[in-house]
Ligand binder design. Structure first.
Ligand code: FE2
Ligand code: FE2
Length: 188
C-alpha cells in the first residue's frame, strides 16, 4: 500500500476504488431494495461515534471557557470519552474479523479498499491511545490545575475529528455500495 492512501494523507479513496459509490450514490441508499436493517444499524453506529466526538469537543470548549464545573465536566468526559473509545475498539474488531473478510471477496475491483480501512483501524488505535492518555491527564488533574491538560485534550480531539470523519466516510462509501450490489446472505 502506498503512503498516499494512509489515513493522515488522503482526501478520499483513490478513484479506481470509488467505482461502486459512483454506481450507488449516497442519496439512493435508503430506497434501494437491498438496504437492510444491518446497513441501517451499522450507519447508526457511525452516527453515534460522530455525535460522541462532537459532544466531547463542545464539552472541552465549554470547560475551557469555565462555563462547566470541573467535577461535572470530568464526569461527562469519563462517560462519553469511555464510551467513544470502548465502542470504537469493539466496532473495529467486528469490522476486521467479521465484515471485511467477507466483503473484500465480493468485488475484486475494490478489494484493496478493505486493506486501506484495516490499516486505518491500526492508525486509529494509536490515536485513540493518545486520546485516552490526554483524557486521563484531565481526569487526574486537580481542578485548579486542569488548564494545561484540558488544552492538550482539546488539541487531541481537534486532530482526531478529521481523521475519524475521513475513515467513516470512506468506509461507508465502500461498504454500503458493496452490500447493496451483492446483498451477501451473511449481512441480510
Ligand atoms: Fe472502521
Ligand atoms: Fe465502521
Amino acid at each position: 500500500m502506498t503512503p498516499e492512501v494512509a489515513l493522515s494523507n488522503r482526501d478520499a479513496l483513490p478513484d479506481p476504488l470509488r467505482v461502486l459509490i459512483k454506481e450507488f450514490p449516497r442519496q439512493g441508499w435508503e430506497e434501494n431494495p437491498n438496504y437492510s436493517q444491518l446497513i441501517a444499524f451499522w450507519l447508526d453506529r457511525h452516527l453515534m461515534f460522530r455525535r460522541l466526538l462532537a459532544q466531547l469537543q463542545s464539552d472541552a470548549e465549554t470547560a475551557i471557557d469555565r462555563d462547566l464545573a470541573p467535577d461535572r465536566y470530568k464526569r461527562q468526559l469519563a462517560q462519553y470519552g469511555g464510551m467513544l473509545i470502548n465502542q470504537l475498539h469493539g466496532h473495529h474488531q467486528i469490522e476486521d474479523m467479521q465484515y471485511f473478510p467477507v466483503m473484500s471477496r465480493l468485488d475484486k475491483r475494490v478489494r484493496e479498499g478493505f486493506d486501506i480501512l484495516d490499516a486505518d483501524h491500526h492508525a486509529l488505535d494509536g490515536i485513540l491511545a493518545g486520546l485516552t492518555d490526554a483524557a486521563n491527564g484531565v481526569l487526574q488533574a486537580k481542578d485548579k490545575k486542569m488548564v494545561d491538560p484540558l488544552a492538550k485534550l482539546h488539541a487531541s480531539l481537534t486532530d482526531f475529528a478529521p481523521m475519524l470523519d475521513r475513515h467513516l466516510v470512506d468506509e461507508e462509501e465502500l461498504v454500503v455500495p458493496v452490500l447493496l450490489k451483492y446483498a451477501p446472505p451473511e449481512f441480510r
